[in-house]
Structures are given as structure tokens and as C-alpha cells.
Design a protein around this ligand. Structure first.
Ligand SMILES: Nc1ncnc2c1ncn2[C@@H]1O[C@H](COP(=O)(O)OP(=O)(O)OP(=O)(O)O)[C@@H](O)[C@H]1O
Ligand SMILES: [Mg+2]
Length: 300
């Protein structure tokens, strides 16, 4: 069955090269010639990313969705963890990483991280998991519980029915909703998501994509989102960074039509599927490059 065109008034999904930000624009994240080498100076030295350069403008009250794609092992998680200030990826070996125009010194409440694996505390109820950050910030109990209940509803769970459950009593999708609520309740300016929907079935995944778009609009944050799912990246991203094989560097910076309609609707359109094919083409070429590099011997 031929895929439909977007309904009247809706822009088709288009990929373009990303123009550099206008000079003097405030930046929320800025990588300048960033390289990470583990065990530098020893025979085990391994360079995971090399000479990474990108600039994401600060767009207060709008934010931006930045998709990150590339072959396995090219350094996507390394880049996210450098933004978050998380060891052992942080600090970088060379170059500079700025958040809000300040060099990253370590983790901070302006950046929230959602991991692929269910990172909820097993011995805390849903409410206490979601309220964890507020508890660390010494927000008093009544207020933090009320806020947690509000966020549990926002991520599509039932605060009354699910609030007192423990993580082992939840499905994978529910656990990931709790992890998202736990991060977003702190209203970070930057949300870092490393394959957050990797373990979910396709239907749950699409509803999580819609949920994420609506929450992100509300928070007006900048989201960095790593995924191996090309359709997910094309749907969610305003901008996409595609990495080369290891040692990773950014090979393509693309600008993409924003997700302005539900995932199910947009993903059925022809222009969307053509964009997915174009990105798949790029990634397949990178996989071939990775295989050729491996055949020649590991890169230094
Ligand atoms: N602590 C460490 N010590 C040594 N090498 C590491 C360490 N952490 C990561 N690496 C290496 O750095 C490279 C990049 O890792 P990273 O996890 O950033 O890749 P990735 O793109 O996120 O991969 P994937 O898609 O499989 O998650 C990999 O080759 C990995 O083995
Ligand atoms: Mg990774």
C-alpha cells in the first residue's frame, strides 16, 4: 500500500545539512576538538572519540531535540557522559567541553540522565523513586510526594494504583516511565537519554516517543538522545549527529523537520520513510567502513 502524504498544512519530513550557528549566539553545549583516550601513555591506550566538534545553541523557551546515531562502539555514550560529567568517560583527554558556556566540572542538577537499563532503585516505591532528586535537595516530604504524584500521572501511570508499587512489580515500559519522571521532575535544562527505549516493544516504544515529545515541549529543554532505531531518531530529532566508526568523530550534522504530529501518523508518510532510508544508507556505509577498518587491524 503506498504511504500517504502528510495531511494538508503539515510539512513533509526533510533532511538538510545543518548550518553552523550564527556567530555570537549563546550556546548550551559546545565541544571543541574533544578527544578521549583511555589508559593514555600505556600500551593499553585506546582512543574512543577523536576531535569532536559541535555547537548547540541555547534556545530558551523552545529547546531542541538532538539525535545521536552511529555504529556500535563509536563513542555515543562517551559524548553523553562527557556532557553529564560522569567518570570514567569524564574528563576528556584533549579539547574543551562547555555547558552553558562554562567548562564542565562534574555532574550538576542542570543535566538529567536517563539510561537504557532500568535504573530505578529496587527498594523504593514508585513515588519514592520519582521523588528521589527532590529528597536529595531537601524538599519537605509533603511537597515532594505531591510533585511525585503529579509526575507519575504526567508519564502516563496511575499515581494511586502504581505509586506504592516497587520496580519489580512493573513492566519494562512502566519502569522506563518511572525513570523518565525521576529525571524530569528536577526540570533539567539538558536531558541526556542513552537508548532509553532500547528494551521496549515497538508499540510501547511509539507511545513513549509521543510522551517524550509532549513532556519535552513542556520543559523546553535541550535533549540529547542516543538510539540505534533510525525511525525513532528521524521522528524525534530537530538535529541529528551521525558518528563515524571508532574512534568516533562527527561525520554528518543534519537538520530534520520537527515531530509535529503523532509518531504513528508521521512514520506512515512517504517523505518520512524516504528520510529514514537516506539515514539508513549513511549508516550502512559507515558499517562497511567499520568492517574494513576491523579487517585492516584495530585503529590506534
Ligand atoms: N572505561 C573504559 N575503558 C576503556 N575503553 C572504554 C571505556 N569505556 C568505553 N570504552 C570504549 O570506548 C569506545 C566507545 O564506547 P561507547 O560506550 O561510548 O560507544 P557507543 O557508541 O555508546 O556504543 P554502543 O552503541 O554499543 O552503546 C568503545 O570501544 C568502548 O569499548
Ligand atoms: Mg552506548
Amino acid at each position: 500500500m503506498p504511504s500517504p502524504e502528510p495531511s494538508a498544512g503539515m510539512p513533509p519530513c526533510v533532511l538538510e545539512d545543518m548550518p553552523p550557528p550564527p556567530a555570537g549566539m549563546p550556546l548550551i553545549v559546545d565541544f571543541e576538538n574533544v578527544t578521549k583516550t583511555y589508559d593514555a601513555g600505556t600500551p593499553r591506550a585506546f582512543t574512543s572519540i577523536t576531535d569532536i566538534n559541535f555547537k548547540v545553541e541555547d534556545r530558551p523557551k523552545i529547546g531542541e531535540f538532538v539525535g545521536v546515531l552511529g555504529p556500535s562502539g563509536c563513542g555515543k555514550s562517551t559524548v553523553l557522559r562527557l556532557i553529564a560529567g560522569l567518570a570514567p568517560h569524564f574528563p576528556q583527554t584533549m579539547g574543551k567541553v562547555f555547558v552553558n558556556e562554562q567548562p564542565v566540572q562534574g555532574p550538576g542538577p542542570d543535566r538529567g540522565f536517563v539510561f537504557q537499563d532500568y535504573s530505578n532503585f529496587p527498594n523504593r516505591t514508585v513515588i519514592d523513586n520519582v521523588a528521589f532528586g527532590l529528597e536529595c535537595a531537601h524538599v519537605e516530604e509533603k511537597e515532594r510526594k505531591a510533585k511525585a504524584m503529579e509526575w507519575i500521572q504526567k508519564v502516563g501511570l496511575d499515581a494511586k494504583r502504581d505509586g506504592l508499587k516497587y520496580p519489580h512489580q512493573l513492566s519494562g515500559g512502566m519502569n522506563q516511565r518511572v525513570a523518565i519522571a525521576r529525571t524530569l521532575i528536577m526540570q533539567p535544562k539538558i536531558i541526556l537519554m542513552d537508548e532509553p527505549f532500547g528494551a521496549l516493544d515497538p508499540t510501547t516504544r511509539q507511545s513513549m516517543q509521543d510522551l517524550l515529545v509532549s513532556l519535552w515541549r513542556e520543559l523546553e529543554a535541550t535533549v540529547f538522545f542516543v538510539t540505534h532505531d533510525i525511525a525513532e531518531a528521524v521522528y524525534l530529532s530537530d538535529r541529528m549527529y551521525i558518528f563515524s566508526p571508532s574512534p568516533g568523530t562527527i561525520r554528518h550534522q543534519l537538520k530534520i523537520t520537527p515531530a509535529d504530529r503523532p509518531a504513528r501518523q508521521m512514520q506512515a508518510e512517504r517523505s518520512f520513510q524516504e528520510s529514514v532510508l537516506a539515514v539508513r544508507d549513511i549508516l550502512e556505509k559507515l558499517e562497511l567502513e567499520k568492517a574494513a577498518l576491523a579487517a585492516k587491524g584495530s585503529p590506534k
